[in-house]
Design a binder for this molecule. Sequence first.
Ligand SMILES: [Zn+2]
Length: 454
Amino acid sequence: MTTLIRGGTLVDGAGERRADLLLEDGRIAAEGTNLAGDTVLDASGCLVFPGFIDGHTHLDMPVSGTVTADDFRTGSEAALLGGTTLLIDFATQDKGGTLAQALAVWHSRADGRCACDYGFHMAVTDWNEHTRRELHEMADAGVTSFKAYYAYDTLMLSDPEMYDLLCEMREIGGILGVHCENGPVLDRLRAQAAAAGHTDPSWHPRTRPSIIEGEAVGRFLRLAELAGAPAWVVHLSTADGLSEIRAARARGQRVIVESCPQYFTLDESVYDVPDFEAAKYVCSPPLRPLSDQRMLWGALEQGEIDILSTDHCSFNFKGQKELGRDDFRLIPNGMPGIEHRPTVMYTAAVASGRMTAVELVRLLAENPAKLFGVWERKGSLTPGKDADVVIYDPRASQTISAQTQRQNCDYTPYEGFRTAGAVRDVFLRGIHAVQGGKLMETGCGQYVARGKMR
Ligand SMILES: [Zn+2]
């Protein structure tokens, strides 16, 4: 059984070309002209991308006394509708628990429920000899990327622990991503603000200033230098952090930089809205001043940012964000975005003329595939790879709205955003799962055991 995608423009990291694409038995079989297929799909006027990869999601995650609004079913359906065919979520060790337990819990939440393929990173929160030995078992189970936190009492590691973990990454050929905010200091700023009677959401960004990120990025990169390990800075949001990254790269370090659409398209002015509406935008790191945003755009255009992920971590405004109505410290941190990353970034970066579609697809597919150890199977339209394919119609337009999104959340930070283009069809390993913008197949997602970073 073969499918021919005919008349489109193929776009992957290798370039842009007019060609047809043949899918067979779940794989990409060939690209060319004059190909024949059992089923023929017209893609005239459309861009044909490899399936996008979202390397930073939080689905079905308990946090702040509640659970994220999206679970693996709704989150993965939203992802697929937006053209994301592989998501990598953060399994998280409990303090006192093991990595194996955490991995089993995340499998129990995801297995059999996902509309797109999925994998797991492992967040290490309890560093001890047993955890150290388990890292090898994780790699054997297809978990080759790890995360550690410099913030949040229940998650954070100390500097010596972070250093140990970085040294182990070298041993197993893994990559460590770090949430770079100086947690103890920002907790102090938050406590001071609360003690002074400042309780509204606008105090969220004010108590997480850019130095809080920049200092932690610098510390992480120095420890990585000491350990001789590559470093992955997750969700970079500031010029302060960027300058630390530039310094580390100038020293010859390998630094993988991730950022997210919200830091390019939204800014701190969203916190100025009256009453409690600003709680919708409470995420960490927070949205930043336009001066930071301009620096990030410059870095993106210069190729200094490697991957764009979402940090999707959704909470409903009603009943969840509202937990912090009387104290901004109790607002669950995070925003939805898994559905809209490709269209938002295509609109903001490609349609606006800032970068080419080829450059964007490297950020959304090729680079994450290489970094997260799935390049053998995913991330480009090369024959032999999984037939994860997105047909994108650049002539279409949609207005993003909570009313019409699949994300299981009562708002979207992109409400009213007019997109340039829309995802029309999506194939997941050859399964025609999204047709004409509608989800036709769900529950077909498979766990992807990942190899080493390239
Ligand atoms: Zn995150």
